[in-house]
Design a protein around this ligand. Sequence first.
Ligand SMILES: [Zn+2]
Length: 347
Amino acid sequence: MRYSKLLTVFLCLILLTMNSTIVASTKEAIIKENNVNLRSGPGITYEKVGQVHKDETYAIRDQADGWVEIQLDRESGWVSSEFVSMEVDNVSAEAGASQSLILTVPIDKTHIRSGPSTENDIIHFASEGDEIQVMDEVDDWYKIKLNDIEGYIYKDLLKEKAKSDTEGLKGKTIVIDPGHGGNDSGAISASDALEKDITYKTAEILAQELTTLGANVILTRDQETFVSLSSRATVSNTMSADAFISLHYNSIPNIPNATGINTYYYHEQYEPLARYIQQEVIKETVDRDRGVGFGDFQVIRQNLMPGVLIELGFISNPEIDQLLATNAYQKKMVSGIVNGIQRYFAQ
Ligand SMILES: [Zn+2]
């Protein structure tokens, strides 16, 4: 008896919890005009089944082709989405704010993909100011419609980046990716130092400098751990990084006097970040300028945030190898990278 009472209480608790969850996630349609026709299907060719009026609120059952199916007392019907505004899930009820599920694309060349993952193809580039209709949500992605195009956009790409009134790096999230690590040593230098250790050293100095300037810095790995390339990009995506900087060193053991620095971008809109960093690093180090170019590297390809990969010099070159062991030269490279990032944020 006691047992079953407890069970009943327990079940009620579960039901209460379930119920409040459902209420919280219900999307509602608010009718914007008077005498809006209600139809039996999503289109004007469907039979008229009634009318709804300004400021009336209904639960949304479904959406299709620019039409919204709303729940009335007993039956449901379809209204054209231009006559309704929709309450978004995550808008707090206290604020009383209602918001239509039409979002404006904040930056040019925003990727629309065929599915909700970076593994899916880019099917369209949305332009700044494009108005897109959100049809559904799948994890961190919106299923959207833009004119005749249907696809998926990573949610964070639609967040208007707060125009920072603070100067430069304050409050910016920067992900630093020290290339290689763990079992993956990378290249080996003229003096047998490992690329993974030199990239880590540079990353530490860079992290310190950026932190001093007020940035929130995240390293993709610690000194000894192996981290997969895709997890490195994921860190950047999940943190909505303002910049992702992957650090590497080059090596051509057969040509020991090969020298120079180059920077890669993958997504064209982030070319300026690569260009500014390259220019500033060359200014500081006076190493040979090997330029900026497109590079098909996974850490920047799967990165949705502004990402670059820098080859900071040839460790197979004994002279450069020696320089890299000094703090003074490391600090020059780091100053160049910091100045480049600051120029990018200031543009
Ligand atoms: Zn490397």
